[in-house]
Design a protein around this ligand. Structure first.
Ligand code: MLT
Length: 432
């Protein structure tokens, strides 16, 4: 009603040349990526299956997304943290921008629960964040482009994809299905899922995940020592992903790389509350950067990590940190053990099912993932067959790297009744 006759209305033709495209060239690193990120791709296939079969009762054993509610003591911690933000005193204490590295009591408790018994890690080396995956991308930013990166093959796809996005790779070999300038270290039953590290001799950065996603293999103390000695000898930095360490039951496998002598001069460790406390949606994790870790010029990696975090991140949500503090209380800790125990039981049920069906099965004991050997069959084909015959979503091994082909990963994150139904369907369709 405020428009006068002289003023153009929105629908009047205005003589502005509308460009069909911008003048900004596409980031060539983005153009190198071969496919969409694995899990949204799988969600797309699942949705297409559901559209075609609207009555299908789909069960997901695909993405490792937690299903059980967050335990009550942890929810109370979060609720209290949220309520405190509604009071003047509470807001003064934890409201507004917090420390980028996390609330001091939470950093102290992380040290107490995960590091004080067997390592020398202290709270100034802990950086609380919104999770492991985000930290991995920010680490890539810190290292800058053009690095030689080595990954276990198969591996969590975020390592390779973030390497490509950050300009570490020089092309893609269609024949080998590998990005160039990335070292793929094969992890197969024949080497007990521990790679020949010599392949990574020229790498700057080694991604290493234990317990491994997707194979479920946890590295032993001797294997971790081999990794640490190798990295120290060659002057490399290991990004050690310990997001599933709480699942380890083998006493011969360390729960943090800092149990290993020499690790502080070559390892960054990334951890998460996601798979212990059900924080996949809430987002809370931490990264350990030891003071002793230095770049080639002697400068501190911790200093640069802090600088990156202060620039790219404003600190984890204060409500999530309230949940983290509660998770590390005695009650919260016990409830996390129960939740993890529940998923571990699921993993063992799945393992037993496939073993009874005559398959070779790996993982499932020290990790929430079951790695099933389909005798060299194309894993996307197996994935499709399982989905079509049973309405169960899995993850094809090839999605984790070329060496993963022939395998399918089943996640143990599932309600028990759904898992029991899934097991019945699998038994019916896959009896050998
Ligand atoms: C997976 O399914 O591999 C992971 O859980 C996904 C994630 O943690 O980002």
């Amino acid at each position: 009603k405020h428009l006068t006759k002289e003023q153009p209305k929105r629908h009047d033709k205005i003589n502005v040349k509308v460009a069909a495209m911008s003048n900004v060239s596409r980031n060539p690193n983005m153009a190198q990526l071969r496919a969409g990120y694995l899990f949204p791709e799988i969600a797309r296939i699942r949705n297409a299956h559901l559209e075609k079969n609207p009555d299908a009762k789909i069960i997901s054993l695909g993405i490792g997304d937690t299903t059980e509610p967050i335990p009550a003591p942890i929810v109370s911690g979060m609720a209290n943290a949220a309520l405190a933000l509604g009071t003047v005193a509470g807001y003064e204490k934890t409201g507004g921008y917090g420390s980028e590295a996390g609330q001091q009591p939470l950093r102290d408790l992380i040290v107490k629960r995960f590091y004080s018994e067997k390592t020398k890690i202290n709270a100034s080396e802990i950086f609380v964040s919104d999770g492991s995956k985000c930290d991995i991308s920010r680490m890539q930013q810190m290292f800058g482009p053009g690095r030689k990166v080595a990954v276990q093959d198969p591996a969590y796809p975020a390592y390779v994809d973030s390497s490509v996005i950050n300009g570490h790779c020089t092309g893609y070999d269609e024949k080998t299905k590998r990005y160039e300038n990335i070292v793929y270290m094969e992890c197969v039953p024949g080497n007990d899922f521990f790679p020949n590290l010599e392949a990574a001799k020229d790498a700057d950065i080694i991604f290493f995940c234990s317990p491994n996603n997707p194979t479920g293999a946890a590295a032993t103390r001797a294997q971790c020592k081999e990794l640490v000695d190798f990295a120290n000898k060659n002057g490399q930095i290991v990004i050690y992903d310990a997001a599933y360490a709480f699942y380890i039951e083998n006493p011969d496998c360390p729960k943090t790389i800092y149990e290993i002598e020499g690790s502080e001069t070559c390892c960054i460790e990334s951890c998460s509350f996601s798979k212990y406390a059900g924080f996949t949606g809430l987002r809370l994790g931490w990264t350990v950067v030891p003071e002793a870790l230095k770049f080639a010029d002697g400068s501190s990696v911790r200093f640069d990590w802090n600088r990156c975090m202060c620039t790219a991140f404003n600190g984890a949500s204060n409500v999530a940190q309230g949940g983290g503090l509660a998770a590390l209380s005695d009650e919260g800790w016990k409830s996390m053990q129960e939740t993890v125990g529940f998923y571990k039981e699921n993993a063992k049920m799945l393992k037993k099912t496939f073993e009874e069906l005559g398959f070779k099965v790996y993982g499932a004991v020290d990790a929430p993932y079951v790695w099933v050997d389909f005798d060299g069959r194309d894993s996307w084909e197996v994935f499709t067959e399982i989905l079509t015959k049973t309405d169960i979503v899995t993850t094809p091994g090839a999605g984790f790297g070329p060496t993963g082909d022939g395998f399918v990963r089943m996640s143990a994150f599932c309600h028990r009744d759904n898992l029991e139904t899934a097991i019945e369907r699998l038994k019916k369709e896959f009896a050998k």
